[in-house]
Write a protein that binds this ligand. Structure first.
Ligand code: CA
Length: 713
């Protein structure tokens, strides 16, 4: 017996060391098109080209899901935001973290097979509106493609993570970033970019998967007419687009970045892209005599081979609210008016759910998911809706004129966070329902009277309101924000059920043939919900915000469900008090669950917060207000609304630099911490204005000091 036991042990060790999966990245277009024949793999961003995020795997179902437990956790190398959807090919998981790091893992054990760090200069972080996140890779023809935050597209050898080729897809002197996942089809890799809050001109590009050569580029907004044609695939349509613009928009970039949705549609050999908001946000500055501003906030179809324009539908003509239409696009066949129609579905930030015929671009329906009221029916004290219906004749929104803040200011819902953001929705062909992470929160839009462009910084033309000091007022602001998982019938255009969530931000969804919908929450839960009834049937505490797209796969006949978590996923919401704080900053993590497993999530060590006494500074109320306005424009995006840090980035209220005018100046003006990702503001701020910002942060620090009980007496 003893000898047998020993030999069994040797066999086990050999298995663990010798026959782990070999990463090959052996995926091609035909294999992705036939993805339903191998449901154990998750071959592309949304599993199939149509990106329904529905898996035919059904071993885990409502009857046994209570036995689902944690099989393994893999810790990434950074606490910044976790937003990726893993890809699994033949037992190997390919996943990314913030700073565009790529990891290949054994999908059964979480063991690291290789890691690729593209070596991003951390100063790039100041160009990223919404953290230095990455939503995932494309695995194709032996390579792993990643869009790097600094604008590179990198092709890695799937076997070992070494670089096969890399190319710079943007003008790196401009504030472009890449956070989205590339997609690959028919020998091409498609990639977009972000940066419309800072002032750039958006486009999408197709590169040769073998060589990295640029095959085509489509600009989503016109450039300066004086510069002539771009020599790009968009040239033939750009005159039509330019006719919908007025003023000197090109000075501000125009916007229209393609930072998330890029879907390959095999049925019509086209790519359907989601186009972002205007740059600046404020339509009155961007295009003063009006105009729809094509192709901002639009869903656009392009010929996949040439990049030529096919059709478009503009969700928000003349966008002035940061209403991107970059949100995930799902392709399906839906029974409409008695026949099956090929459709593209999207819920952009603006709060409507759109169903388009994807052959023609015809609008089949546009239905509000969140409440939309005509001006006269807006409940007392309620922010105004931007629109309240879609005109069936014209396909255009019926707007509330008050929402355009032409007289200077308006409180509008949805706000710039959107009624739906990047968190992926899923569609189950078995239930016919779309599972959408919905949120309701308003924003106070005020035209910035002193707006001028600062290259490389926040250029929206909207003065964001400083965060209220009074904690009771803060509670009202935060309490007005809600989020929920909605099951949406896209044919009937109605909500079937919802699960309320804590905080506005809630995670991407996965639907399975086991009759389940998986979703994470901002307060750290990962749940399974009955896909028909919405009953919560399972949950697990991941200890950190769990917002990325969940996915599922099988290895050796066992089904796994995987999702990423990370404090940084929500740091600016935690910073603003819109999400609960869960412990100290920790690195992003990949979790994998299977039936019968029972690992514990590694605990988070919570250190007692040290709240130093703030420096004594003597400034007038007017100077404090000026400091607050400068803080909000130049610092708040990273360091949090009201200087309330959210964990992943230094909380300025407790930083050493706050204590000393010279240290503060070295940091803010002198660029002393550029290598750690802190921008320098020598061109934008002076010694005097930097000191006003310090005074504002010191005031916020004093509030924290009082609240901690250390400021008594
Ligand atoms: Ca935006």
């Amino acid at each position: 017996m003893k000898a047998l036991h020993v030999s069994a042990l040797i066999v086990l060790v050999t298995v663990a060391c010798g026959t782990g999966p070999t990463p090959s990245g052996d995926v091609d277009t035909a294999r992705i098109l036939a993805a339903d024949a191998e449901p154990h793999n998750w071959l592309t961003h949304g599993r199939t080209y149509g990106e329904q995020r529905f898996s035919p795997l059904g071993s885990i179902d409502a009857g046994n899901v209570e036995g689902l437990g944690l099989a393994w956790t893999y810790e990434t190398r950074t606490p910044r935001g976790a937003s990726a959807t893993p890809i699994v090919v033949d037992g190997v998981m390919y996943v990314t973290s913030a700073w565009s790091l790529v990891y290949a893992l054994d999908a059964a054990t979480g063991e690291e097979l290789w890691l690729h760090d593209p070596g991003v200069d951390r100063s790039v972080g100041s160009k990223a509106c919404c953290d230095v996140v990455n939503r995932g890779v494309a695995v194709y023809e032996g390579k792993v493609f990643v869009g790097v935050i600094d604008g590179r597209l990198v092709a890695l050898d799937a076997a070992d993570g070494s670089v096969v080729w890399e190319t710079v897809t943007v003008d790196q002197t401009q504030p472009y970033t890449i956070t989205g996942a590339p997609r690959a089809a028919n020998g091409l890799v498609f990639i977009g970019n972000g940066g419309a809050e800072y002032g750039v001109r958006g486009y999408v590009s197709a590169y040769d998967a073998d060589s990295g050569a640029l095959r085509w580029r489509f600009y989503t907004v016109p450039g300066n007419p004086a510069d002539g044609p771009d020599g790009a695939a968009s040239d033939p349509i750009m005159a039509d687009a330019a006719a919908s613009w007025t003023g000197e928009w090109w000075r501000y970039g125009g916007g229209g970045t393609v930072w998330d949705a890029i879907v390959y549609d095999d049925a019509f050999d086209q790519v359907i892209i989601g186009v972002g908001n205007g740059s600046p946000w404020n339509h009155q500055i961007r295009s003063p005599q009006g105009g729809d501003n094509l192709f901002l906030s639009s869903i656009v179809a392009l010929d996949a081979q040439s990049g030529a324009y096919r059709w478009h539908y503009q969700t928000t003509p003349g966008d002035t609210w940061d209403y991107t239409a970059t949100q995930p696009i799902v392709l399906a066949e839906l029974p409409i008016d008695g026949r099956s129609r090929p459709v593209a579905m999207q819920m952009p930030k603006n709060g409507f759910f759109y169903v388009l015929d994807r052959e023609t671009g015809e609008l089949l329906s546009g239905t509000p998911v969140v409440p939309m009221f005509p001006t006269e029916a807006t409940p007392a004290g309620f922010p105004v809706s931007w629109a309240y219906a879609i005109d069936e004749e014209t396909g255009r929104p019926v707007e509330n004129p008050e929402a355009r803040y032409r007289d200077g200011t308006a409180v509008v819902r949805p706000g710039a966070f959107g009624a739906h953001n990047w968190h992926p929705m899923s569609y189950s062909p078995e239930t016919g329902l779309v599972y959408i992470p919905v949120q309701e929160l308003a924003l106070d839009y005020t035209t910035d009277p002193a707006f001028e462009v600062f290259q490389g910084h926040w250029n929206t033309g909207v003065a964001l309101a400083p965060f209220p000091e009074d904690t009771a007022v803060r509670a009202v602001v935060v309490g007005g924000a809600t989020g929920y998982l909605a099951a949406w019938d896209p044919v009937e255009g109605r909500e079937v059920w919802r699960v309320e969530r804590a905080g506005a931000w809630n995670g991407g969804t996965l639907a399975t043939a086991g009759g389940l919908v998986f979703q994470g929450t901002v307060d750290g839960l990962f749940q399974a919900v009955d896909a028909v009834t919405g009953a919560v049937v399972w949950e697990h505490d991941n200890l950190a915000p769990t917002l990325s797209g969940p996915m599922t796969y099988e290895v050796d006949g066992e089904q796994y469900v995987s999702v990423m978590s990370g404090t940084g996923s929500a740091f600016f919401l935690i910073a603003g008090g819109l999400a609960p704080e869960r412990g100290a900053p920790i690195n992003g993590r990949v979790h994998a669950f299977k039936l019968g497993a029972s690992q514990a999530v590694p605990a988070i060590e919570v250190e007692a917060e040290q709240v130093p006494a703030p420096p004594a500074m003597t400034v007038s109320a007017a100077e404090l207000e000026a400091g607050g306005a400068l803080y909000t424009r130049f610092c708040g995006v990273c360091h949090g609304v009201g200087a309330i840090g959210g964990g992943a980035i230094t909380d300025l209220r407790t930083s050493d630099a706050l204590q000393s005018a010279s240290e503060w100046s070295d940091m803010v003006l002198g660029g002393e911490r550029v290598r750690r990702g802190m921008a320098e503001f020598g061109d934008e701020l002076s010694a005097e204005t930097a000191e006003l910002v310090r005074a504002y942060v010191a005031r916020q620090a004093a509030l924290l000091h009082e609240a901690s009980g250390a400021g008594g007496g």
